[in-house]
Design a protein around this ligand. Structure first.
Ligand SMILES: Nc1ncnc2c1ncn2[C@@H]1O[C@H](COP(=O)(O)OP(=O)(O)OP(=O)(O)O)[C@@H](O)[C@H]1O
Ligand SMILES: [Mg+2]
Length: 315
């Protein structure tokens, strides 16, 4: 069953088409990630779902019901943390913030539940600290924790990983996964952190210039955009391998080169010949499994070349 439905959403700001006919549905208990470059339209889509801006056209359905401008009923079902961390109250302590947000739906939160949330977010020691005196990353965690305390079945997180350190990003990954697994919550998340998305999302939606350009599970996307990336390990050589593979990624590890290139079967022989004739000693050739980041780069690169092919790219 679909708990969120976005149909042909469109939003224009002045002469910027922020969202240009986006449609997707989100099933109950699903984690859907929105991915795309800066300005792609992710936040605008999210704000439209949260009824914080009024779309120019299109339809948003939450829990089977159409969302109209000014509607409030949807906040029983859905809550969100937008980019940045402005939804917390600076002069309230960590614990007071959580109590406040939990109470928004008229719910009284138990001390035990608060302890659970604080522990999960590693904020236990800071429970009596005012939000304004937390570090930026802690404020972000508090914003997410506060929204969790509202216990809505649907949660929207816009760039929750922004500015978090490696450990905290990892913790958040675990939290997001457990929200789905232990509590059956539905989550829509946008993030530029590919590892985070790869490790949490059931489905990924790539957005570019206000349009969906690819969509699927990480596995499906890997198959859809599977192309052969090879890693050559070589030493020696009388030029930089970058000269042979201008489109490849070249790394120096100790006295070795690691060269990552997309090649088709027949090009492998040319590559090997080129390495040999330039004095390289080939140590290994390995087929690389594409990760989400390389798929993303590939999709966006194809998008760019489509734009060039069709003129100036103004759709
Ligand atoms: N309130 C606004 N007024 C004018 N233009 C806006 C407004 N909000 C967004 N835009 C424009 O709409 C486009 C999409 O912005 P949006 O914030 O949705 O992108 P995004 O995908 O969230 O990007 P990012 O990854 O940088 O967060 C951008 O060109 C942006 O400048
Ligand atoms: Mg955004």
């Amino acid at each position: 069953m679909r708990v969120v439905e976005v149909e042909n959403l469109r939003k224009v700001f002045g002469d910027t088409v922020a969202v240009d006919g986006i449609s997707f549905g989100v099933g109950r208990g699903e984690i859907v990630a929105l991915l795309g470059p800066n300005g792609a339209g992710k936040t605008t889509t999210i704000k439209s779902i949260l009824n914080l801006i009024v779309p120019d056209s299109g339809r948003i359905v939450v829990a089977g019901r159409d969302v109209r401008p000014g509607d409030y009923w949807l906040y029983d079902f859905i809550s969100g943390v937008l980019e940045g961390n402005r939804n917390i109250y600076w002069r309230l302590t960590v614990e007071q913030n959580i109590r406040f947000f939990a109470g928004l739906n008229g719910r009284k939160i138990s001390k035990r539940e608060i302890d659970g949330i604080l522990e999960r977010f590693g904020l236990g020691e800071k429970r009596k600290t005012e939000a304004r005196n937390l570090s930026r990353g802690m404020q972000q965690k508090l914003a997410i924790a506060s929204v969790l305390a509202r216990k809505t079945p649907i949660l929207i997180l816009d760039e929750p990983t922004l500015g978090l350190d490696v450990d905290t990003t990892y913790q958040l990954m675990e939290i997001v996964r457990s929200l789905r697994e232990d509590m059956g919550r539905t989550i829509i998340v946008s993030s530029h952190n590919m590892r985070f998305v790869e490790n949490t999302a059931d489905r990924v939606i790539f957005i570019n210039r206000g349009k969906i350009v690819a969509e699927g599970s990480v596995e499906q996307l890997k198959r859809m955009f599977s192309y052969e990336t090879y890693m050559f390990r070589a030493s020696g050589g009388n030029i930089s391998p970058q000269g042979i593979f201008p489109d490849g990624k070249v790394e120096r590890v100790g006295d070795e080169w690691r060269i990552y290139v997309s090649l088709n079967q027949s090009e492998i022989y040319d590559a090997v010949d080129a390495l040999r004739s330039n004095g390289f000693l080939l140590k290994e050739i390995r087929l690389q499994e594409p990760d989400l980041e390389s798929i993303y780069m590939r999709v966006m690169k194809e998008e760019r070349s489509d734009e060039t092919a069709s003129g100036n790219g103004n759709a």
